[in-house]
Ligand binder design. Structure first.
Ligand SMILES: [Zn+2]
Length: 374
């Protein structure tokens, strides 16, 4: 699993002087029930001629040892219920960090001074952390869904007054019992609302879905503070003891819809502003200029975009064109710099909102756009 904070730490990791091998591997099984990442890894390894004379177990090349550490990490850590991994190995150093991902990633391997973060930035910005509440008159279940997995599970049980047939002679009359039961429900719902509040405070989900029978969900909503009511993404009916898989299946369309809606909102806003030429910018050249001037607020990027450009070796300024000298300091410009990766790093450092949209949605705007702060 991967969190925003972990991605941020990767972005901020200081350059160590050693190269970093960044590997993103598709660990999902194909139609023959096989994983194909090994073929990709072997091919990548074979493309480094200096490894021809490297021997397993007695590495003459630091890169050979790094590949071996990567392989060992996969062999001993990969949990087969996952569909992707991101592994970082310091070549000639000690650092290694691996993440298992419940969703597949495209096979990619990079050797660079810094860890490549783009694919992880995309994941943490695309998937939201959904809070889920199951409620009936006597039970409350709370959980989080993130990247199609459930966690933070918590169950609250109560001690209800027994039904009349359990009560010995001299117990409550039926109307009395009904009244006491109604009071009890109010009492429990109040308690449950506090539990939901605590859950949100502790785990900070992006939204909430409330599940249960209609006759319970509707009155329960009224016990929630307004701030939590505003977070509600979806309400639906489900049995209180539903399995996590049943809950996930029930909510999958709502989660997908919220993702699609967010994507459309970002696109509409960007297009509107670009059309009116008002606080928006499109294309790599304009985006790079604005983000490096600290004027960008939201970055909107088409998924799977690839774009190379240059970086001034003196002042670090990034260019979308292929000028050989820096327009600011006259320093020499290094070409073939992955500008998507650089943009996502800058966005992370400036704590900008980043929205990813479907690949073709920004074709006419040069695959990338942004909303400006001022
Ligand atoms: Zn420069």
């Amino acid at each position: 699993m991967i969190s925003r904070d972990q991605v941020q730490r990767l972005i901020e990791r200081p350059i160590s002087g050693h190269s970093i091998l960044s590997a993103f591997l598709d660990m999902s099984v194909n139609s023959d029930n096989k994983r194909t990442y090994q073929v990709f890894l072997n091919k990548e390894k074979a493309s480094h001629q200096e490894l021809d004379s490297d021997r397993e177990g007695k590495h003459r090349e630091a890169l050979g040892a790094a590949f071996a550490r990567l392989q060992r990490w996969i062999d001993s850590n990969f949990d087969e219920s996952n569909k992707g991994v991101a592994v970082y190995v310091e070549v000639g150093g000690d650092w290694l960090e691996g993440y298992q991902l419940p969703i597949p990633v495209k096979n990619r391997l990079h050797l660079d001074a810094r860890p490549v973060v783009g694919p992880l930035v995309e994941i943490v910005n695309q998937y939201r952390h959904h809070g889920v509440v199951l409620v009936d008159r006597q039970h409350l279940r709370l959980m989080s869904f993130y990247l199609e997995r459930a966690f933070n599970e918590r169950e609250v049980t109560t001690d209800p007054i027994p039904a009349p047939h359990d009560i010995k002679r001299g117990g409550f009359s039926a109307p009395d019992y009904q009244k006491r039961k109604a009071e009890e429900t109010r009492h429990f719902f109040k308690e449950f609302a506090v539990e939901v509040e605590n859950f949100v405070r502790r785990h900070r989900p992006d939204d909430l879905s409330i599940l249960g029978t209609r006759e319970n969900v509707k009155p329960f909503l009224e016990y929630l503070p307004r701030a939590l009511q505003k977070m509600i993404l979806h309400t639906d009916s489900i049995e209180i003891d539903a399995s996590v898989e049943e809950i996930r299946r029930k909510l999958a369309p709502a989660f997908q819809r919220s993702m699609d809606e967010e994507e459309s909102r970002s696109l509409d806003l960007l297009r509107d502003r670009v059309r009116q030429d008002h606080m928006a910018v499109a294309g790599f050249e304009g985006i790079l200029e604005q983000i490096q001037a600290g004027k960008l607020q939201t970055l909107v990027m088409a998924r799977d975009t690839e774009y190379q450009g240059g970086r001034c070796e003196e002042c670090g300024f990034l260019f979308a064109g292929n000028n050989d000298t820096c327009t600011y300091c006259n320093g020499s410009v290094k070409h073939q710099v992955d500008l998507v990766e650089e943009l996502l790093r800058l966005a992370g450092n400036q704590d900008l909102d980043v929205e990813f949209v479907r690949r073709s949605a920004l074709d006419d705007l040069g695959s990338v756009g942004g909303l400006l702060r001022f």
